[in-house]
Design a protein around this ligand. Structure first.
Ligand SMILES: Cc1ncc(COP(=O)(O)O)c(C=O)c1O
Length: 441
């Protein structure tokens, strides 16, 4: 009997015993290809010797020193490294221990920024439906997964939602992608007008939507227009790159491919690659300066922020990615993965859409390609696909509720950046078998 309150109480989880590269072994000796890097976390794969060495070295020097007393050399070095490669205007880093904490910090710093400026009336956050920003109360409030928010409704801050960019289902027949993107940006502006722009704190979006939609990028021009709208109304743009950032889409930050820079950006997962819990909030200098010249302190902190061991892990991960030019491999193998998925599933009767960027690829499953009708949610196809994949030694990240929070299924693939073509071939074949078995069951 387990004493752990696991994610699914009735599910019996295999015990992960050892891991190396893209393979995890369970305690029964079974091998799994980690084709999703867990949940888009293990960007370097498992047991990377350089990361382990950096962590051992840090442990021998300093494991922990509380940040109300000290800073540490490794935390400073990581911050310098992050800022050296950050989007334009980003000049400061606030450390946390994961994605939800990074989003929570973004919401509070955004509010405090306006308080410091005397704009106390600003209280609204606008976010998008079909997004995931985490489970803490602020992050949950702005998230768009209705099934997850519903029961906690009375505890959540007031948030307003606009449409996600979801070309496969929501672009109208005959509408160009540019016109579609402009329509969605106009929807944001109408929402701001309705709330009164002087009352709005920020607009929050995942640059490429991960867990809820399955690797859906925005259409060209959308984020540029969003940036202009936020600027015009004096509203902060917060990007959540917890899942899609830190190289996953082929550039260090996904927003580089959109040609914009956010005011605040949440990063986590690939930052430490799973070697230690770490996330960060990247901050524009203008926001930092407002607080520095105002009250002088961000009224928000955690016991484990800037943990030296976590910072050492993240610094080593980021250095290996650069030294080994792994973003080039993300782009090259990402193209290969996309090609192989198109070859294998392009005419598959139950695959409606293939999308993604770099090593961040999504497959939307439908019961009818013509009508795009999803499977009946009570069938829990996504859970069946995961079960069949695990039985075949394949870790993938399927999810339900793709279409509207209840209906729809997709599979997210996000293999480690060290993946090779032969392993991708195996992933695609095992995935096809798993989908076919789940549909037939
Ligand atoms: C886009 C995004 N934001 C935030 C989070 C929350 O991160 P964490 O689970 O580390 O709290 C996630 C986790 O999947 C995510 O994908």
């Amino acid at each position: 009997m387990t004493r752990i309150l696991h994610r699914q109480i009735s599910h019996s989880y295999p015990v992960a015993a050892t891991a190396r590269g893209v393979i995890i072994h369970d305690s029964a000796g079974k091998e799994y290809i980690d084709a999703s890097a867990g949940a888009a976390v293990s960007c370097l794969g498992h047991s990377h010797p350089d990361v382990l060495a950096a962590m051992h070295k840090q442990l021998d020097q300093l494991a922990y020193a509380h940040t109300s007393f000290f800073t540490s050399q490794v935390a400073e070095e990581l911050a310098d490294d992050l800022i050296a490669h950050a989007p334009k205007g980003i000049g400061r880093v606030f450390y946390v221990s994961g994605g939800s904490e990074a989003v929570e910090a973004a919401l509070k710093l955004a509010r405090q920024y306006f308080v410091e400026r005397g704009e106390l009336q600003r209280r609204f956050i606008i976010a998008r439906r079909q997004s995931y920003h985490g489970v803490t109360l602020g992050a949950l409030a702005i998230g768009g997964r209705e099934w997850q928010r519903k029961q906690f409704g009375p505890l959540l801050i007031e948030t307003h939602h606009v449409s996600a960019v979801y070309e496969y289902r929501d672009k109208r027949a005959g509408e160009t992608v540019e016109a579609y993107g402009a329509r969605l940006a106009d929807e944001l502006e109408s929402k701001i007008d309705a709330l009164g722009s002087e009352n709005v704190i920020a607009f929050v979006a995942e640059t490429v939507v991960g867990a809820t939609l399955g690797a859906v990028p925005a259409v060209p021009g959308y984020f540029r227009r969003v940036r202009e709208i936020c600027n015009r109304h004096g509203i902060l743009l917060i990007l959540d790159e917890v899942m899609c950032g830190m190289g996953r889409t082929g550039t260090l930050h996904a927003c580089e491919q959109e040609g914009i820079s956010p005011d605040l950006m949440a990063i986590a997962k690939g930052l430490g690659g799973g070697y230690a819990p770490i996330g960060a909030l990247l901050i524009q200098e203008k926001i930092f300066n407002t607080v520095a010249e105002g009250s002088g302190a961000f009224l928000h902190s955690h016991t484990y922020m800037g943990h030296p061991l976590a910072c050492a892990a993240a610094l080593a991960v980021q250095r290996v990615i650069r030294r080994d030019d792994l973003l080039e491999n993300v782009r090259r193998q990402g193209d290969y993965l996309s090609r192989r998925l198109n070859e294998r599933f392009g005419n598959h009767p139950f695959v409606g859409d293939l999308r993604g960027r770099g090593l961040f690829q999504g497959i939307e499953i439908v019961s009818d390609r013509g009508t795009k009708e999803p499977f009946d949610p009570s069938y829990r196809l996504h859970a069946r696909i995961k079960h069949e994949a695990m039985a075949r030694g394949l870790m993938i990240y399927p999810m339900g509720g793709t279409v509207d929070g209840t209906r729809g299924d997709h599979v997210l693939l996000a293999p480690p950046f060290i993946i090779d073509s032969a392993t991708i071939d195996t992933i695609v074949e095992r995935l096809a078998d798993a989908i076919d078995a789940a549909v037939a069951a």
